[in-house]
Design a protein around this ligand. Structure first.
Ligand SMILES: Cc1cc2nc3c(=O)[nH]c(=O)nc-3n(C[C@H](O)[C@H](O)[C@H](O)COP(=O)(O)OP(=O)(O)OC[C@H]3O[C@@H](n4cnc5c(N)ncnc54)[C@H](O)[C@@H]3O)c2cc1C
Length: 453
């Protein structure tokens, strides 16, 4: 799936004080001076933004320690290999390989990729009715035209959905249109009833093909983490920047450093998991509130044999929007694996997190049986994600909600007192919501610290 393809198209406390630094005692006990070897940095979060920042700072001579709340690095680069194939629970694709820094990083790290072709697809309607390519392509072309012009009717206080519904009432209940809005907008961006009608096409894209990771996107995280001082299972709960050394509270201990880079997801900032002392400036808290955090969930189903079309994508257009309407044929890049990956978005994704495995499977199988017949086999295995309730993310990625202004992404990136820095996908106004955006944000913050020498 081409990420935001239409953009391209259009543009051509006290007790803990007593516990003072245990973990960081050896690596973060220096102060002052312009020599980086004297300076200490704590990076909060070992996702790609934190790892990229830490690697660059370490290579420049800083003493860097990462605190990561989970028992593994990578954050939203999360590959589950329990079924013998890498199921990427978070990011799967390098979106646009030309000039994309992840292209090189993937090569260096040994992350294998496969080019997914958008045109390799079949679209089915209810009743298993195969849709003609022409019907699909015509609607797609019309969608791009609408996305080019809807902005003119956009209002700062109105969602994409309210403007679209007013302009195109005849399309609101059309199943193909529901599918397009779901997979081309909600998947990449966010809930249509909250998505800004003015900023839905913001952000930049890289040219070139889409490549999906085949041996796990976390290969990049493992590569970046090599040689870094990473403390796992260390949830950070407080960052105190009242004095010249920043104090970071994590699992009952406090560690100090000259600089701290906070890379936790926007959802974690919204949930106030970390107490800042003094409180964060208003510009920052406003931006945390205004920028949206969406939800996308992914599901992998495996079978002993395949029964589906030999194409990359199988789409289905049910009445319920955002519900298991799009299947990635995993067999295309793992010929010996009979698996399909499907998705839920926005409120249906959140709702799916309260459903049992059996219920989810039942709902997915209703769609597949409608396409391929009632005698298709039951899946042998199944994996699922729950990004909304994941306490290390509280959502999937950031988007431009009603009330968001593009400067809010810059406010999220703004450092405080040249001591506390912020990185993460949600801090990159050009490439928010992506792996490359997160990576570039980490490099950006490392450079800011290096420039202070
Ligand atoms: C379902 C899904 C599909 C996606 N698909 C794609 C895709 O195909 N292509 C693409 O480019 N992008 C995709 N993305 C987006 C991409 O994965 C993210 O933009 C990127 O990985 C974010 O990196 P990050 O470093 O900003 O955050 P994260 O990777 O989330 O890293 C933050 C780290 O902070 C840790 N943390 C959280 N709270 C604390 C705390 N209190 N103390 C210490 N540590 C803490 C977390 O555990 C995590 O390791 C997808 C994301 C999801 C969820």
């Amino acid at each position: 799936m081409k990420r935001r393809v239409f953009i391209k198209d259009a543009l051509t406390g006290l007790p803990s004080l007593i516990l003072v630094p245990t973990i960081l005692a050896s690596s973060c006990n220096n102060s002052g001076g312009g020599d980086p070897t004297e300076k200490t940095v704590i990076v909060v979060g070992a996702g790609i933004s934190g790892l990229s920042a830490a690697k660059k700072l370490k290579e420049t001579g800083y003493k860097v320690v990462l605190f990561e709340s989970q028992d593994k690095v990578g954050g939203r680069l999360k590959s589950n290999r329990s079924l013998g194939v890498a199921f990427d629970e978070g990011a799967s694709w390098i979106h646009g390989i030309n000039g994309n820094p992840i292209t090189n990083l993937a090569q260096q790290a040994g992350m294998l990729t496969f080019e997914t072709i958008d045109e390799s697809r079949k679209s089915y309607d209810i009743g298993g009715k195969l849709r003609s390519n022409k019907a699909y392509d015509d609607a797609e072309d019309e969608l791009y035209d609408i996305l080019d012009t809807l902005l003119e009717s956009g209002k700062s206080d109105q969602s994409f959905q309210s403007v679209f519904n007013k302009l195109y009432p005849e399309k609101v209940n059309d199943r193909l249109w529901k599918f397009f809005l779901s997979t081309y907008l909600t998947f990449d961006l966010g809930d249509l009833d909250k998505l800004s009608s003015l900023l839905y096409n913001e952000g930049e894209v890289f040219d070139g093909s889409e490549k999906i990771a085949t041996n796990g996107y976390d290969t990049i995280a493992t590569y970046l983490a090599n040689g870094l001082d990473i403390k796992l299972n260390q949830k950070v709960t407080k960052i105190d920047y009242t004095s010249s050394k920043v104090k970071v509270t994590h699992n009952g201990g406090i560690s100090e450093a000259d600089y701290v880079i906070v890379t936790v997801p926007l959802g974690v900032l919204k949930a106030n998991v970390i107490e800042f002392s003094p409180e964060l400036p208003n510009t920052k808290t406003t931006a945390i509130q205004k920028v949206g955090m969406n939800c996308v969930n992914k599901f992998l189903l495996t079978w002993n044999t395949s029964f589906w079309d030999d194409v990359q994508y199988i789409s289905y257009t049910p009445e319920t929007r955002d519900k298991f309407n799009y299947f990635v044929n995993v067999k295309k890049f793992h010929p010996t694996v009979n698996a399909l990956m499907t998705f839920a978005y926005a409120d249906y994704a959140r709702q799916s997190e309260t459903m049992t495995d059996a219920k989810i499977l039942e709902e997915i199988m209703v769609h597949l049986r409608d396409i391929y017949g009632s005698d298709i086999p039951e899946p042998t295995n199944f994996l699922r994600t729950k990004w909304q309730s994941n306490e290390n993310a509280f959502g999937a990625y950031s988007y431009t909600a009603v009330g968001t202004e593009m400067r809010h992404f810059d406010d999220l990136a703004e450092e405080i007192n040249n001591r506390v820095f912020f990185a993460g996908e949600h801090t990159d106004s050009d490439y928010f919501s992506t792996v490359h955006g997160a990576h570039l944000s980490g490099i950006r913050e490392a450079d800011k610290i290096i420039d202070l020498r």
